[in-house]
Every structure is written in structure tokens, then in C-alpha cells.
Design a protein around this ligand. Structure first.
Ligand SMILES: [Zn+2]
Ligand SMILES: [Zn+2]
Length: 154
């Protein structure tokens, strides 16, 4: 697989959508690893890339991938957990301090949901629901990931 074919394959993984925020990818998009890629020097002195397999590569919009890069750490890319924590941190510290944001809450234009951040590639839309029986009705079931409740409807 050449570079171009590899890019096309990665693009199609999520049908042209960003694996993190789910936005449709524009002409410019980035490849972002699930587990950060590392470059190591072997005992023999060869340079080897770890986690560089195509299975580890996700399509990402420019904005998501750039916010995953830690400028202060030699442009290292964050793990997914760290990325989520940093997104939450910037919403808490930057967005919520903004007087216009507070105003928009008071006017009811924005409603906070307290939802956890779930990346698009982890979402029920991509991976399917994780149904559990609720014990409420015979055929009422609940998704353990997104809390959707529905009848199993046979
Ligand atoms: Zn994105
Ligand atoms: Zn679900």
C-alpha cells in the first residue's frame, strides 16, 4: 500500500468523518494515532517506529489533531485519556470563564449536559449499542454506554 492508498484507507475508516469530534473532514485533514507513535533507536542503531501500523491510525480534522499536540512537551501527541482531560480542562477554564458563555446559560441558550466526552470512533453510532436488560419491563433494554432505553421489540 503506498502513501496515497494508505491515506484513502484511513479516510474511509469513518466515512470521511473525524474520529474524534465526528465532523465531516475537509480537504485538509490529519492522521492521528490511537496509541501515540514513538520513534526509537534499536541496539543496532536502526531507527524504528513503534505503533506505526495502519490499524493504529485514525482520520482527524485539523482542529482535533492540533489540540492533541502538547506544544510544551516537544510537540508530543497526547494519549486519548490525556486528550479528553485536556479538552475538559480547556472547556472548564477557558469557556466557562467567558462572560458571554455565562450570559448564554442565564438566557437558556446553552444547556450544560455533564456528559462524558466520547470520541466519535468510540460512540454507539460507530461501535453499536451495548444493550443490557433493565429488569423494568420484559423487553425494556438500556445501553450501558449512552443510556438510551428502548424496547427490544421482537
Ligand atoms: Zn475533529
Ligand atoms: Zn448506546
Amino acid at each position: 500500500m503506498n502513501k496515497q492508498e494508505e491515506r484513502e484507507f484511513i479516510y474511509s475508516k469513518h466515512k470521511g468523518r473525524c474520529a474524534f469530534c465526528g465532523a465531516n473532514l475537509e480537504d485538509k485533514w490529519h492522521i492521528s494515532p490511537i496509541v501515540p507513535t514513538e520513534t526509537v533507536v534499536t541496539k543496532k542503531g536502526d531507527i524504528e517506529k513503534i505503533n506505526d501500523e495502519i490499524e493504529n491510525k485514525l482520520p482527524s480534522c485539523v482542529s482535533c489533531n492540533l489540540s492533541r499536540i502538547q506544544l510544551s512537551y516537544g510537540e508530543k501527541i497526547m494519549t486519548l485519556d490525556k486528550f479528553k482531560a485536556s479538552l475538559l480542562f480547556s472547556f472548564e477554564t477557558m469557556l466557562k470563564q467567558n462572560p458571554d458563555y455565562k450570559k448564554a446559560i442565564r438566557y437558556g441558550l446553552i444547556t450544560e449536559t455533564k456528559k462524558k466526552i466520547i470520541f466519535y470512533f468510540e460512540s454507539c453510532e460507530v461501535t453499536g449499542h451495548d444493550w443490557k436488560t433493565t429488569g423494568l419491563g420484559n423487553d425494556l433494554r438500556c445501553c450501558a454506554k449512552c443510556d438510551l432505553v428502548e424496547t427490544s421489540g421482537n
